[in-house]
Design a protein around this ligand. Structure first.
Ligand SMILES: [Fe+2]
Length: 177
């Protein structure tokens, strides 16, 4: 395995969001996602989780929202992380947190490069899931989150697939408790 990068501290990560002018509501959301991700990760007994990566990944997953709130914020976030030398693991967390991750087809459809943006490591999956539980700064169930999206956008194939993927991730994580 490649040497793991040294992660920034939580103070550094949170200050960076402000410095890049990530909006206040997004910064509050990010704090909540980090907390929720830590909660989910702490319940896991059967696998080793990098808690530091969980916390910093939660704080930085939406860093790309300093530029856009569209789907591209995932890609832009990853680019910022890489340019700042903050490491591939955090960049991947940014890239894979949208919906339940996006496959090639989904990515193309939403105007992202045609490749998979699917969470693969447990840390990536935990952040992606925690983000779905936190709508703005409010905790909701996965069911509620998707019902809201379905009523707004309809039961589109991309949302239907996303819900299935998130439920699979949810189950995978619960099975590790
Ligand atoms: Fe996001």
């Amino acid at each position: 395995m490649a040497r793991e990068e040294i992660l920034p501290s939580s103070d550094f990560a949170f200050d960076l969001l402000k410095e890049l002018r990530v909006p206040y509501n997004v910064r509050r959301h990010s704090l909540k996602v980090a907390d929720k991700a830590i909660d989910l990760a702490e319940k896991i007994k059967l696998k080793e989780i990098d808690m530091n990566l969980i916390e910093i990944g939660g704080l930085l997953h939406d860093i790309g929202r300093c530029k856009t709130h569209g789907f591209k914020h995932a890609l832009i976030g990853a680019k910022i992380i890489r340019e700042k030398g903050l490491g591939e693991r955090l960049a991947r967390i940014c890239e894979t947190h949208i919906l339940g991750g996006l496959d090639k087809e989904d990515a193309k459809q939403v105007g992202l490069p045609e490749r998979d943006f699917l969470p693969q490591t447990l840390e990536e999956k935990i952040i992606c899931l925690a983000d779905k539980y936190i709508a703005g700064t409010k905790e909701v169930s996965i069911e509620q989150r998707f019902e809201k999206w379905f009523s707004k956008y309809g039961k589109t194939p991309i949302l239907t697939k996303a819900k299935e993927r998130i439920e699979k991730i949810q189950k995978e994580i619960e099975d590790l408790e």
